[in-house]
Write a new protein. Sequence first.
Length: 310
Amino acid sequence: MAKIVTLTMNPALDIATSTDQIVPEHKLRCDTPRYDPGGGGINVARAVHALGVEALAVFPAGGAAGRSIGQLLQHEGVGYAAVPIAGFTRESLNVVERTSGMQYRFVLPGPAVGALDQQRCLDELAGAAADAHFIVASGSLPQGVAEDFYGRVVALARDQGKPLVLDTSGPALRRAGAGVYLLKPSLVELESLVGRPLRGEREEEQAARELIEHERCEIALISLGARGAILASRDAIERLPSIPVAVKSAVGAGDSMLAGMLVGLTRGLSLREAACFGIAAGAAALLAPGTQLCRLDDVERFYRQCPAIR
């Protein structure tokens, strides 16, 4: 059985390509595209699999893009359970402008997912997660799904006796409620959760502490980009430095970071060591062009360089 089961309510077929220059009202001749299965939980499952741990991705799928996601996951050897829906799974386009090196990301909305299909996704998740170590709910919510949907996933995980890991944003994050095991917000998302701007390290750490004190989660890993991350639990709050790399693409770096931390925990690493393994995975993903994710050899190399575990 999969050790880590993920739920992606708004999956996407990610398309990556490049062109010389992006200008309006011109035909932009692009390179041969790369296609990858995408969406938060799917990316986490792919990265977990790449790091040597069994994963299974649950997601609604419709149309040609939905079928392609399943085929691509099968090709990678990642387990999945696609719940058929009537709508068409979205596509997302990532284009690199070669003259500037700038990256442009065009993210389309997902299809409307009705109440019956939502319940079918939850039922599939419950069945898949029976023997899992972690349940991961990650990504945005599509049309037709209520803002408090992740609260239902929290309740499902509680009924299953499984730790829930949540990575989302906006109203879906604010209305997820309490009882999450691990929360991975960015700094902007942390500000949204606590309802105020955070000025300086002291205020950032106080906000992280509030997540624990208000029982939103047991552990918080706040990603700070080039400044590293804050790791918060009831026992301690500490800052973990980033690992400098030459960035090729930031797509999937946060998902790789989360996957790395969970893989570290399944390996029996301490909380700090697992977080460092996550930071190493996020850094490794930055090396990969387009919509590719982290590679195991890069992650292990960066992990050995992590200052927080020396």
